[in-house]
Design a protein around this ligand. Structure first.
Ligand code: SAM
Ligand code: SF4
Length: 334
């Protein structure tokens, strides 16, 4: 790191230029795999970064070589000043992206256009209204689907994320793939990951191999493997002749840590060097007391483990005594 303060390189030589900022721990859905059943305890607003703090800390990361920022949460669009934050970040020399559950998109399309956001990730775990209510514990399926249609017409590139779970939505895999037939969407199937309070059990999980086996039995040689980007977390495919594409994110059975370029900033201003890490440095408190936050950022990068915060094996990641030692996903920012 010394001698080059413009790039966040960890001890394994990985350059970190992609920051995911959680705007809030709040959400208007209650997805079973993300939000603990009892909810989470929200703190007073001073516990979280205000707009000025968030923009200043984001700027510090950009000075350290961050080139892409994704806004996430909780649900980033429920934050009252989300539009202002997006507009301010859009003025910085950084590619801006957003992950959302889609409910409020129609209210933000103009903001996205002005901020030059070209790609949006939306959670979509089912194409069935009843099942949506069961998985997301809220009755917003029609709203999400109409907003997806809106973005398709607007030519903003869409990634749809489905966490596959046995007995919940795994039977829809082929429906999801057929959804890509005539639409310019990229469906991503995410292996169910363990976080505090989500009752994780891998017997509910659907693996990369499970998906490939199913695809082979239905589409055979029509499944085309696509070229993956250097820092891609997903293995990408398409069905011959289909307009859309799809991918599998296999953090449990086949993690993609070798080329990881991600760092995370939680809504309460902590840097996390890995989704699975419980080791956090408190940038917000340092910022508020006028200290330089750069050494804390460097320290976090230097402490980054090679794979899944040190959970190298499937045995480690599936051991509740090890894997539950983290925040709930809703307060990390996925
Ligand atoms: N609310 C936004 C949304 O739903 O896209 C952004 C935040 S959400 C935490 C970001 C992503 O994390 C979503 O795609 C969601 O499916 C994924 N996610 C949440 N919990 C997960 C889990 N236990 N395993 C795998 N993915 C998870
Ligand atoms: Fe909310 Fe997104 Fe978590 Fe669902 S996955 S509860 S929409 S933050």
């Amino acid at each position: 790191m010394e001698g080059n303060s413009k790039i966040l390189i960890d001890t394994f030589g990985r350059a970190h230029d992609y920051l995911r900022i959680s705007l809030t721990e709040r959400c208007n859905l209650r997805c079973v795999y993300c939000m603990p059943e009892q909810g989470i305890e929200l703190r007073e607003s001073s516990a979280y970064m205000n707009k000025h703090e968030l923009l200043s800390i984001a700027n510090a990361f950009i000075d350290l070589g961050v080139k892409k920022i994704r806004l996430t949460g909780g649900e980033p669009l429920v934050r009252k000043d989300a539009a202002e934050i997006i507009s301010e970040l859009a003025k910085l020399p950084v590619e801006l992206a957003i992950s959302t559950n889609g409910i409020l998109i129609d209210k933000f399309v103009d903001v996205f256009r002005k901020a030059n956001i070209k790609s949006i990730n939306i959670s979509l775990d089912t194409l069935q209204k009843d099942k949506f209510n069961k998985i997301a514990r809220r009755d917003d399926f029609d709203k999400v689907m109409s907003n997806i249609q809106l973005l398709l017409q607007d030519k903003i590139h869409l990634k749809l994320n489905a966490v596959l779970m046995k007995g919940e939505n795994d039977s829809e895999l082929i429906d999801f793939i057929e959804f890509t037939k005539d639409k310019n969407v990229h469906f991503r199937f995410i292996e169910f990951m363990p976080f505090d309070g989500n009752k994780w059990d891998w017997s509910k999980g659907v693996s990369l191999q499970d998906v490939l086996n199913k695809l082979d039995s239905v589409y055979g040689k029509r499944v085309i493997k696509l070229q993956d980007g250097k820092n891609d977390t997903a293995k990408s495919y398409a069905i011959e002749g289909y307009i859309g594409t799809f991918a599998i994110i296999s953090s449990i059975t086949n993690p993609f840590c070798d080329t990881c370029n991600r760092i995370r900033l939680t809504a309460d201003g902590k840097i996390k060097n890995c989704l699975f890490s419980n080791d956090e440095n408190d940038l917000l408190s340092a910022f508020r007391s006028g200290k330089d936050i750069v050494p804390l950022i460097m320290d976090s990068i230097n402490k980054k483990k090679f794979k899944r915060a040190g959970m190298d094996s499937f045995e480690d990641i599936s051991n509740p005594e090890i894997n539950s030692n983290n925040r709930p996903m809703i307060s990390i920012g996925g």
